[in-house]
Every structure is written in C-alpha cells, then in structure tokens.
Design a protein around this ligand. Structure first.
Ligand SMILES: [Cu+2]
Ligand SMILES: [Zn+2]
Length: 173
C-alpha cells in the first residue's frame, strides 16, 4: 500500500470515530418559485444552522428593482398567492425590522433584482427553524411559503410593509 493510501484510510477511520459526537446531518428544505402564470422563476434552498436558517434564493426573469421577500404563514401558492396568508408570525409581533414591536419571523430584507432579472442571494433568518414541532418551525400544521412581492418592503407598515401584490410564490417543503 502506498503512503497516500494509508493516510486516506487513517482519515476515514478518524471520521467514523468522531461521527457519533456530531449533530445529525444538516436539515435542508426547498421551495420552487412560480409566477402567477405558473412559470418557474426560481428556487430557494434552506439549510438549518446553529444561528438560524440559511436561505439561498435564485431567481430568473423577474422584474428589475426592489422587491419584498418574506416567509408567509400558509404553504399554499395559488395565484394571485393570497392563499399563502400573511407573514409567518408565530411570535405575534408587528411587521417590520424598523417597528418598535417588530418583527414577524417571516420578515426579511428586500431583494434588489438587477436589469437582467436574474439574482442569487443568501440570507440567514434567525427567527425560523426547519425543526418540526417548534413554534417557529416552517413545517407547522399550515406549512409555510416563500413570497416575492411587486414592490419593496418599507420595514415598518403593519402588517404588510406596503409591499404590493405577490409576483412569485413557492411552498417550503
Ligand atoms: Cu410577503
Ligand atoms: Zn411582516
């Protein structure tokens, strides 16, 4: 056996030994975003971390400009997406990170979509979890959905942030 082979085996054995002490493999979830015409316009991948849920969003062909981006309280996306309910708000707070009594767990920073209409961005939402059974779990009895709006979120007007209509929606699953 070559020296490289021995090192490889050694590393594998070490990994096997420490594996039981590590937390279970990262929990993940995803949402396929569709517009009101049913066209797929992007995807969202969610990964549980110790500091909240890492959200990787990738969209294509959306209108350029500033758009509100939230987790909504119902996992149902039927155009015009009012079926997704209001902002996910298990803590019974007011809307917006600029509000004194804010904010909803589903509130997140606006997306700035460039002229191309395509954008990939990552954000951590520390107020939600992928862990089932917790009050702030995205997998509660009603499920949850990711929604992108026609306008920007002003981060303070309760309960919607004056974000306008809903241009894309995807159930978190
Ligand atoms: Cu919203
Ligand atoms: Zn909100």
């Amino acid at each position: 056996m070559t020296i490289l082979g021995r090192i490889g085996l050694g590393a594998c054995a070490a990994l096997l030994l420490v594996a039981p002490a590590l937390p279970a493999a990262a929990q993940t979830a995803a949402a396929a975003l569709k517009d009101s015409g049913g066209k797929e316009v992007g995807s969202v991948n969610l990964t549980q971390t110790r500091h909240g849920v890492l959200i990787n969003l990738s969209v294509k062909g959306l209108p350029p400009g500033e758009h509100a981006f939230h987790v909504h309280a119902v996992g149902k996306c039927e155009p015009p997406f009012t079926t997704a309910g209001g902002h996910f708000n298990p803590g019974n707070k007011k809307h917006g990170m600029l509000a004194a009594e804010g904010h909803h767990a589903g509130d997140m920073p606006n997306l700035h979509i460039p002229q191309s209409g395509d954008l990939t961005v990552e954000v951590v939402n520390a107020e939600i979890t992928l862990e089932k059974g917790k009050p702030n779990s995205v997998f509660g009895p009603n499920g949850t959905a990711i929604v992108i709006h026609a306008s920007s979120d002003d981060y303070k007007t309760d309960p919607t942030g004056e974000a306008g209509g809903r241009i894309a929606c995807g159930v978190i699953q």
